[in-house]
Design a protein around this ligand. Structure first.
Ligand code: IFM
Length: 435
């Protein structure tokens, strides 16, 4: 049971659950092209147990049952993503009719169940053919992404309640091109700097393409953290400034102010695309809403041994999830108030939060605390309009494979049996019959 009730969040507050295509769909026949996650997962030592998304939760076939589960939970909305290689297998050019048909069925299925479709165009499954051309390192991705956005907007746009261009650009750029943890697995500062700019450049092109097709309610989903210095020392303050700039301000500043933090444009000057400043009006196209994904805080300390950004991270003292991420609900409150005061008055949605954990009573407490943090942020003026639990199902947790379970519904990967957990029942208890 949660200690909050639906009414605590205002009359039209949207409650939903979230997933993404590669993490749940499987169904890789039917004309879907190869994605960077297929090959990254197939490469030894990238993913625990060499797990890949070939079957995942078999949502490609089991979507009616999954949508029934969302409806029966009393949720208002479902956040899902389109798989670019399912719709345009080679990234540009020929369209896969089976892909259009699948998402037609899925969206119509949501509408038939009274669920608002919140779509994301890109949740990390880049078509491999585009990676062959440099992927996010290539400026042409602005045009490739616009073509894909236009198709999605033209075909599905009138049935979507909200559309996000990109999910978590920090992960697309930094985690995947500097830290090498996600596909395509680069550890290269020039690759990262280019991806950091091009992901937002492509986002802006995507916004234009969606609007040209008449799509309403367009946004982006940023993963943000509550960055803090590890100590009060001057050196750690500087480390915090770098960390906050890398995780938060690059994306918030780019999208809402058309400006990247100077501390990074200086540090990355040799590696950024030439004349990137000329693109900032595209990067900062006006939006209708912002999605915030929040999981933890970042605690930064000075580390003189790290070149370019002399920073390291330390673990905070609080409870952790089973991936070691510190649980810090008041960070969500502070972050929402900061975004609202410093960056945008647009409607905010918590498009993801959740906990990797097998002990579901801890997950119930996690959600309760984070819901309360949202209500407190609303009380301080943050215009938060919705909350999506990550995730509907246990699913493919990227480099963690299937070892990490974020679902409010348990999935037995042998049988594909879905079993609602206590956290699902807690949402159901709060939401039931109040839609
Ligand atoms: O599973 C991911 C999701 O794809 C993006 N946001 C964070 C989640 C948990 O790591």
């Amino acid at each position: 049971m949660f200690s909050v009730s639906r009414q605590d969040f205002g009359p039209n507050f949207v409650f939903g659950t979230a997933t993404s295509a590669y993490q749940i769909e499987g169904g890789q026949g039917d004309g879907r092209g190869s994605s960077i996650w297929d090959t990254f997962a197939a490469t030894p030592r990238n993913v625990k147990n060499a797990d890949g998304g070939a079957i995942a939760c078999d949502h490609y076939n089991r979507w009616p049952e999954d949508l029934d589960i969302i409806r029966d939970g009393g949720f208002d909305a479902y956040r899902f993503s389109f798989a670019w290689p399912r719709l345009i297998p080679e990234g540009t050019g020929a369209v896969n009719q089976a892909g259009l048909d699948f998402y037609d069925r899925l969206i119509d299925g949501m509408l038939a169940r009274g669920l608002k479709p919140f779509a994301t165009l890109y949740h990390w499954d880049l078509p491999s053919t585009l990676q062959d051309k440099g992927g996010w390192m290539n400026r042409d991705i602005g045009n490739w992404f616009a073509e894909y956005a236009a198709l999605s907007g033209r075909h599905f746009g009138d049935r979507l309640h909200a559309t996000a261009t990109i999910n978590e650009p920090w992960c697309v750029a930094f985690l995947s091109h500097f830290l090498g943890i996600h596909a395509p697995g680069y550890r290269d500062v020039r690759a990262a700097a280019r991806a950091m700019h091009h992901v937002l450049f492509a986002h802006g092109h995507g916004v234009d393409a969606l609007r040209a097709e008449g799509v309403k309610n367009v946004g982006i989903v940023l993963n943000l953290e509550k960055s803090e210095p590890a100590t009060e020392s001057a050196e750690d303050q500087i480390a915090f400034d770098y960390g906050d700039a890398l995780f938060n301000r690059w994306y918030l500043g780019g999208v809402f102010k058309g400006q990247y933090p100077e501390v990074l444009t200086k540090a990355l000057a040799p590696y950024l695309p030439k004349d990137f400043e000329r693109d900032m009006d595209v990067v900062s196209r006006p939006l209708d809403w912002l999605g915030v994904n929040y999981y933890t805080r970042g605690l930064y300390k000075h580390d003189p041994n790290v070149p370019i950004f002399p920073i390291g991270q330390v673990k905070g003292p609080r409870e952790k999830n089973d991936l070691g991420w510190e649980i810090y609900p008041e960070g969500l409150e502070a972050l929402l108030v900061r975004v609202s005061n410093e960056y945008t008055k647009l409607p905010l949605y918590i498009t993801e939060t959740g906990m990797s954990e097998t002990d579901d009573t801890r997950r119930v407490a996690f959600y309760d605390e984070h819901l309360k943090a949202v209500a407190r942020a609303q009380g301080q003026g943050a215009d938060v309009r919705g909350f999506f639990a990550w995730s509907l199902l246990d699913n493919y947790e990227w480099a963690e494979g299937y070892t990490s379970r974020f679902g409010i519904v348990h999935v037995d990967y042998e049988t594909q049996l879905r079993t609602p957990k206590g956290s699902y029942r807690a949402f159901q208890g709060m939401l039931h019959n109040t839609r």
